[in-house]
Design a binder for this molecule. Structure first.
Ligand SMILES: O=C(O)Cc1cc(O)ccc1O
Ligand SMILES: [Fe+2]
Length: 430
C-alpha cells in the first residue's frame, strides 16, 4: 500500500476489520481489537499515529518477562563506557559472525546520544547475521527502528505484514511492533538507527514545493498477513535498555486485519528525488534529508536520516565535494555501496564514521587534490549510496566500537599533509 503514514485498512481475511467502529461489542470472528499507539492520545491530529489491530488472541495474554542474556553487544544510551572524546572515528566493515547468529543477537551498538528514559536521542547499531530468527520474535519498547541493509536481503515478518528488504532500501519498524528477521541469502549486514525520539516523518519541503526529495507515494506498507501457528515462540523485548524474554504458546503474528496510520513501511532510496545546485557552490546536505525525527526545537532534529545518492554534479567554479566544516550537529555516516565523494579511501561499504559536534572534517587529501584539479564538466556521481544519521547531540561510542580491531587507528592521517596556502610576496610576515 502506497503512502507515508497514510490511514490504511487491510484484511488478510475479508471482514476482519469491524465496520464503522473500532471495538464493537462483538467483533468479526471473535477477533480481539487492540490499539497500538505511536504518539500520545492527545497529540495534534497531524502528528497523531495509532493503529487498531484485530488478532486471534490479545497480546496481554502472556506470562512475566525474565531477563534475556543474548544480544550481548546491544546497548542503550546514555553511553557511559568511556569518557567523551572529541576524536574523529572510522571503522572498517563490521566482520561477519563466525558462529550461527541471528539479527537480534548480531546487533552491535556503535554509539548514540540522548537518554532512552527521556525518549530523546538515538543509537546506531550494525547487524551481521547468518541465520533466521527461529521461533523467536522481537519488539523494541525503546524506539522505532530504521533498518538499512548493506549486504543481503532480509525478510521482515511483522505483526502488520511482511516486508522484503534489500540493500538500498530501508524499513521503518515502529516502536512496539513485533517482528522477526530472516536473511534470505545466508549472510547479511546492515545499519540500524534506533530512534528514541519522535517518530521519523518526511521533512518539510518549503520553497521546493509540493513534490520532491522522498515522495510520499514511494513509501510502501505491507498488507495484513498472519500465521495461525500454535507452537512455542520466544518473545523478546527491549525495555529501557535491557532485554527481556517470555514464551508464548503461539505465533505473535496473528493479526488478521488492521487499520490506522502506524505501521511498518519500506522505502527504496533509489526513488529519492535528488535536488542539487545547477549554478555554483555545494549546498548543505539537508537537501538530501529522507526522514527527520524532530526535537522540541523547531528546525533542530533529534535525528535526520540523510542520503548521498547518485547525482549529477554540474556546479561551475566550485569545489564540488563536501567542504571542510565544523558542525554543531553530530554526524554518523555509513556506506551501502560504491564510493563516497569526500573519501577517496578508507570508507568502505559496511564501514562507518563518526564526526561529532565541532569536529573538523571534510574531504580527505586525495579527494581534495582531485577536486581542485578536476575539469568542471558535468559529471555523474554514480553507483553509490552513502547515508548519515545527524543529530543535535554528540554520539558517544560504546567501548565495543571504540576498541574493536576493525576501528581504524589512523583515521586522522587522511587529513595530513595539506600544503600551506601561499600568500602573495610581502604578505606572509607576522
Ligand atoms: O561530513 C560529511 O561527509 C557529510 C556532509 C556532506 C556534505 O555534502 C556536506 C556536509 C556534510 O557534513
Ligand atoms: Fe560532515
Amino acid at each position: 500500500m502506497a503512502g507515508f503514514a497514510n490511514h490504511f485498512l487491510t484484511e488478510a481475511v475479508a471482514g476482519a476489520v469491524p465496520v464503522g467502529r473500532n471495538s464493537p461489542q462483538s467483533t468479526p470472528f471473535g477477533l480481539y481489537p487492540e490499539q497500538l499507539s505511536g504518539t500520545a492520545f492527545t497529540a495534534p491530529r497531524a502528528d497523531n499515529r495509532r493503529s487498531w489491530l484485530y488478532r486471534l488472541r490479545p497480546t496481554a495474554q502472556h506470562r512475566a518477562y525474565a531477563p534475556y542474556a543474548g544480544a550481548r553487544l546491544l546497548a542503550t544510551a546514555p553511553f557511559t563506557d568511556l569518557p567523551p572524546s572529541p576524536n574523529r572515528l572510522r571503522w572498517d566493515p563490521l566482520p561477519m559472525p563466525q558462529d550461527p547468529t541471528d539479527f537480534l543477537d548480531g546487533l552491535v551498538t556503535y554509539g548514540g546520544n540522548g537518554d532512552v528514559a527521556a525518549s530523546v536521542g538515538f543509537a546506531v547499531h550494525l547487524y551481521a547475521c547468518n541465520r533466521p530468527m527461529q521461533r523467536r520474535a522481537f519488539f523494541n519498547a525503546d524506539g522505532e527502528m530504521l533498518i538499512a541493509p548493506q549486504q543481503g536481503t532480509l525478510r521482515l515478518t511483522t505483526e502488520m505484514g511482511r516486508i522484503d528488504l534489500a540493500p538500498q532500501q530501508v524499513a521503518l519498524v515502529p516502536r512496539g511492533v513485533r517482528f522477526r528477521v530472516a536473511p534470505q541469502e545466508g549472510e547479511a549486514r546492515g545499519y540500524v538507527c534506533e530512534n528514541y525520539g519522535v517518530p521519523f516523518r518526511l521533512p518539510e519541503l518549503g520553497p521546493i514545493g509540493a513534490n520532491g526529495l522522498a515522495n510520499v507515494r514511494d513509501f510502501e506498507t505491507p498488507v495484513a498477513w498472519f500465521e495461525d501457528v500454535d507452537q512455542p515462540v520466544e518473545l523478546i523485548q527491549k525495555f529501557q535498555g535491557s532485554l527481556w524474554s517470555t514464551s508464548l504458546p503461539h505465533s505473535p503474528f496473528d493479526v488478521v486485519g488492521w487499520h490506522g496510520n502506524l505501521a511498518p513501511c519500506r522505502y527504496d532510496l533509489r526513488r529519492f528525488n535528488t535536488i542539487n545546485t545547477v549554478s555554483y557552490d555545494h549546498p548543505d546536505p539537508s537537501i538530501f534529508t529522507v526522514l527527520t525525527s524532530p526535537s522540541d526545537t523547531p528546525g533542530v532534529a533529534n535525528c535526520d536520516f540523510v542520503i548521498f545518492p547518485p547525482r549529477w554534479m554540474v556546479a561551475e567554479d566550485t569545489f564540488r565535494p563536501p567542504w571542510f566544516h565544523r558542525n554543531i550537529m553530530s554526524e554518523f555516516m555509513g556506506l551501502i555501496t560504491g564510493v563516497y565523494d569526500a573519501k577517496a579511501g578508507g570508507f568502505a561499504p559496511g564501514g562507518a564514521s563518526l564526526h561529532n559536534q565541532m569536529a573538523s572534517h571534510g574531504p580527505d587529501r586525495a579527494s581534495y587534490d582531485a577536486a581542485i584539479a578536476a575539469p568542471l564538466a558535468p559529471h555523474k556521481i554514480d553507483a553509490t549510496m552513502a547515508f548519515m544519521f545527524e543529530g543535535r547531540f554528540p554520539l558517544r561510542p560504546t567501548r565495543t566500537a571504540a576498541e574493536a580491531d576493525f576501528a581504524q587507528r589512523d583515521y586522522d592521517e587522511c587529513w595530513s599533509g595539506f600544503r600551506k596556502a601561499r600568500l602573495p610576496d610581502g604578505e606572509d610576515k607576522a
